[in-house]
Ligand binder design. Structure first.
Ligand code: CU
Length: 335
């Protein structure tokens, strides 16, 4: 092989590696390289998002509709930069957790979890927070912001607060009420996810939000019921349709109070873990990841086999009390 051929080969492989996102990610181990390579979607193929089951009413907010519902706010340009304005209202409302339990929630815009706010790093975020819940509440965002925007000051009933800050750093974040006792304010539903996309978007994928939470239904500082996206056992009876061989990007958040940790486990597969979404690359591959309260990650996977596959925390007592669901992998047509 001539020197020219050899350098061309090297250049091509460098280009290919760059394409796969493997150069510049310092410290990636050999095994990381192997699964990074495998995880890339085939270029040019559209992302297939199977429709939700026909019985899901588009107007009704359910754990299924929350999955892929991203609130990008009202976008304006101010002095040459993108401003995203979110108008939200703290409310008090009752939801039916199961046949035996109605539960009074404190929530945003009538839903538990609250809206999934989404922005790109560097956008200006303006959250106009109306408190009509009957109690003092606040919105505390994770991420960078000034002290007076930290959301620890209670906002009284019928008061308004405007939280404003730059969206940074990119990653998967969260917000929640920070009024004491925080266990109670979060446990009653005042929390949600806040996704900040990197300036260069992640590759196309079917993007899904799953938030784990617990319900202390008798005020004994313990959870009696647990849920993904607000309702116990919902995804057991309404499996999440995903497409075979489709890259799924799961944004997962643990908002369970009282229990120190919960894991997330996926059946018959492994997922690539991007901790807090703070990288463009995954750092490990596993099928169970341990998450303390407020920890959140991006988990990427695709299913090679069609059929129904469970996901749940491997604290099986938590899973059996409602934090349990299925993916329904729809078979792709053979090409
Ligand atoms: Cu609160």
């Amino acid at each position: 092989m001539s020197n020219q051929q050899s350098s061309e080969k090297l250049r091509l492989s460098r280009r290919q590696l760059l394409q796969w996102g493997l150069l510049g990610g310092a410290g990636l181990a050999g095994s990381a390289i192997a699964f990074q390579q495998w995880s890339r979607p085939k270029p040019g193929l559209p992302v297939i998002v199977p429709p939700l089951p026909s019985n899901a009413d588009a107007k009704e907010v359910t754990p299924l509709t929350i999955l892929r519902d991203f609130d990008y706010g009202t976008v304006t340009q101010e002095n040459g930069r993108t401003v995203r304005e979110f108008r939200v209202e703290a409310q008090t409302s009752t939801i039916k957790l199961d046949n035996a339990h109605s539960f009074i929630t404190w929530n945003l815009n009538g839903r538990v979890p609250g809206p999934t706010f989404r922005a790109t790093e560097g956008d200006r975020i303006r959250v106009i927070f109306f408190n009509r819940a009957g109690h003092s509440h606040s919105l505390h965002f994770h991420g960078y912001h000034a002290a007076n925007m930290d959301g620890i000051k209670p906002i009284g009933n019928n008061k308004v607060m405007i939280y404003e800050f730059d969206a940074a750093p990119f990653g998967v974040h969260l917000y929640h009420c920070h009024v004491a006792p925080v266990t109670r304010h979060i446990g009653k539903g005042l929390y949600g996810m806040f996704i900040i996309d990197p300036p260069q978007p992640r590759p196309p994928a079917d993007e899904i939000v799953l938030i784990m939470a617990g319900y202390d239904v008798n005020n004994d500082q313990k959870n009696e019921l647990y849920a993904f996206n607000g309702l116990p056992n919902y995804f057991m009876h309404h499996p999440i349709p995903i497409q075979q061989n489709q890259l799924v990007r799961l944004y997962v958040l643990n908002m369970i109070e009282f229990d120190p940790v919960a894991t997330f486990h996926l059946h018959a597969n492994l997922f690539r873990v991007n901790r807090t979404g703070r990288s463009l690359f995954a750092s490990e591959e596993t099928d169970v990841i341990t998450m303390g309260t407020a920890e959140r990650h991006i988990l990427e996977f695709s299913f090679g086999y069609p059929g129904k596959f469970m996901f749940h925390p491997h604290q099986d007592a938590i899973a059996e009390a409602g934090c349990m669901g299925y993916f329904d992998v729809i078979e792709s047509a053979k090409t």
